[in-house]
Design a protein around this ligand. Structure first.
Ligand SMILES: CC(C)(COP(=O)(O)OP(=O)(O)OC[C@H]1O[C@@H](n2cnc3c(N)ncnc32)[C@H](O)[C@@H]1OP(=O)(O)O)[C@@H](O)C(=O)NCCC(=O)NCCS
Length: 162
């Protein structure tokens, strides 16, 4: 693997547009070109990962190489409008995306390891995520210690205890 050259910073309110783009990348991980952001945001179950960003208990990190190349963030979901990887209201769910041209250079690992550290520092008990069983991103999550919790249709909910 190549060394990562991206630098990291906290995601701010005006990163909402880039995070929406990364949400589309994550939702359409099989496609070379994801759907337009507006189409993804028209699906309530996907829009809820980013709408109203940033809520007070949201946290995210942006990786930049001159311009943003990737982002990872967590969000707490209420039980009445859960994410796909919902386990409980105390466990935030992670979303992550890296632009295709910036992948396999360590950026995703860098984003996630820093997000995990930030969660530990805040006393968050565990992190969850939902990933389709065939998505090679599962290897990345396993490498960082996430384990399978439940399978829901074509997806698996993975958890990392902190
Ligand atoms: C998953 C993703 C964020 C990883 O970012 P990255 O910068 O490429 O990650 P790194 O370079 O740090 O690590 C690469 C790891 O990603 C995984 N990976 C490899 N090819 C991949 C691919 N085509 N798609 C997804 N993940 C891949 C592997 O686990 C690889 O690690 P390995 O070489 O040890 O097996 C990025 O591939 C991506 O944005 N994919 C599309 C969106 C997506 O699937 N998001 C997650 C939805 S749950």
């Amino acid at each position: 693997m190549l060394m990562a050259v991206a630098t990291l910073r906290s995601a701010a309110a005006d990163d909402a547009g880039f995070l929406e783009q990364m949400l589309a990348v994550a939702a359409d991980w099989r496609e070379a070109t994801p759907r337009p952001v507006d189409e993804v945001l028209a699906i309530p179950q996907l829009a809820r990962y980013i709408e109203g960003w940033p809520r007070p208990d949201d946290f995210g990190i942006v990786a930049e190489e001159h311009a943003p190349v990737g982002a990872a963030w967590w969000r707490h979901f209420p039980s009445e409008s859960p994410g796909y990887g919902f386990v409980d209201e105390e466990t935030p769910e992670i979303s992550i995306g890296v632009l295709p041209e910036a992948r396999n250079a360590g950026t995703g690992t860098l984003l996630l390891t820093n997000l995990i550290s930030a969660a530990r520092n805040r006393g968050i008990p565990r992190l969850s995520l939902s990933v389709e069983i065939e998505n090679p991103a599962r290897r990345l999550y396993q490498r960082l210690g996430f384990h399978d919790a439940t399978t829901v249709g074509e997806s698996v909910t993975m958890l990392l205890a902190l």
